[in-house]
Design a protein around this ligand. Structure first.
Ligand SMILES: [Zn+2]
Ligand SMILES: [Zn+2]
Length: 380
């Protein structure tokens, strides 16, 4: 419940009744506040890298470039703040961006030194949250704004804050989630793995390996996903992913932790027996981008490609609350997997009219939803 009250308060605090198109100062205000938020968070990360940055990622950061990025965000927040303040009557967004940018600068800005060497101890992945939020926004928000499937859907639609909460919830505990999935999987493969399978796979051309990796992963994901729909106890977890009433890239991150961990584990364990480590990493990159993209509010389609690769319209039919498409389209990469197993539903050129749960009510708010699978009475 809390989530929606906070969201309404935030909407009221920052929003107004003026138009939000280009040239109204809305976009510049939103971007100013967003950049300011990212810059401030990043500078805080520089001050407390031991507790706020993931040991798994630290080693990969090109620090001079990261510092330039932080500096760019600070300057961007200030400039866009000025633009928005000049164009728009309500200055709250602009001021927020500028205050955050100034705060980041006062805390030392991009040049805060990192003292001493950092250990591998427990940490939360604030760095990962900020960086991935920026990356995903850069990749997916422009295409949603420019070519939406549902032009009337707002960027800050209902429950946007809840979905940012879900995004946060999978990024901050990156250590715990990767530990939960990777450790059992690595253990299993060290004891049960067949080295000759890995060697034979490693000799195939990279593109063939990659295609096979996506295929094996999607077959695994198809069956575990179907189970999540058909076993009532599992459905309670997966119902959360289906509770979004409007889809966009961030809606894709709404998912119960148990759902996430079980699905990832169910995919990764078989894959680790067959594919070399770098192929699994390549697949993880691919699935993050592809699965996020299929949730986008993005209209354009390539008709010749639709039968072979899942584009947003196909996964949107998986999320509809319309009876004819319930428990259809379980695959996440290849639609023909659903064809083979008889769960394919894809009306020509049409997008669904409604989304969300078919005959079930989901409580509002992150924690209520987290507890939902454990507390709900058996479905009638
Ligand atoms: Zn589903
Ligand atoms: Zn989905």
């Amino acid at each position: 419940m809390g989530g929606t009250v906070i969201e309404k308060k935030i909407n009221r605090f920052f929003g107004d009744t003026e138009a939000t198109g280009f040239g109204t100062g809305w976009w510049s205000g939103v971007l100013s506040a967003f950049f300011g938020f990212l810059a401030f968070g990043a500078v805080v990360c520089l001050h407390f890298p031991q507790v706020l940055t993931s040991p798994e990622l630290r080693g990969y950061y090109p620090m001079p470039l990261m510092r330039m990025l932080i500096q760019g965000l600070i300057v961007g927040a200030l400039l866009l703040g000025v633009v928005s303040a000049m164009l728009r009557r309500k200055k709250v967004l602009a001021l927020t961006g500028m205050v955050l940018a100034l705060g980041a600068t006062l805390l030392g800005g991009a040049s805060v030194p990192i003292n001493g060497s950092l250990g591998d101890g427990p940490a939360i992945g604030l760095d990962w949250f900020l960086l991935d939020m920026l990356l995903m926004t850069l990749i997916f928000s422009p295409i949603e704004v420019l070519w939406p499937a549902y032009p009337e859907q707002r960027v800050f639609r209902n429950e946007w804050l809840l979905d940012i909460g879900y995004f946060l919830s999978t990024h901050l505990p990156i250590q715990i989630t990767s530990f939960l999935i990777l450790l059992p999987a690595t253990q299993l493969t060290t004891y049960l793995g067949v080295p000759s399978v890995l060697e034979a796979m490693g000799r195939l051309p990279w593109l063939v390996q990659f295609f096979l990796a996506v295929l094996v992963a999607d077959l695994c994901e198809y069956f575990i996903h179907r189970l999540f729909h058909t076993v009532p106890f599992l459905w309670r977890f997966h119902a959360i992913h289906h509770s979004s009433k409007a889809l966009d890239w961030i809606a894709g991150s709404r998912s119960h932790l148990v759902d996430d961990v079980v699905v990832r584990g169910f995919m990764l364990v078989p894959m680790m027996f067959i594919f070399p480590h770098d192929m699994i990493v390549a697949y993880l990159f691919f699935v993050t981008l592809h699965a996020t993209w299929t949730h986008c509010n993005f209209g354009p389609t390539l008709k010749w490609l639709e039968p072979y690769l899942i584009l947003p319209r196909f996964h949107h039919w998986h999320h509809t609350s319309q009876k004819e498409a319930i428990d259809r389209n379980f695959a996440i990469h290849f639609p023909w997997i659903d064809r083979i197993f008889g769960t394919y539903y894809f009306p020509k050129d049409k997008w669904p009219d409604t989304y969300g749960l078919h005959n079930e009510k989901m409580p509002a708010g992150f924690w209520a939803q987290f507890l939902y699978p454990f507390t709900r009475k058996k479905a009638a």
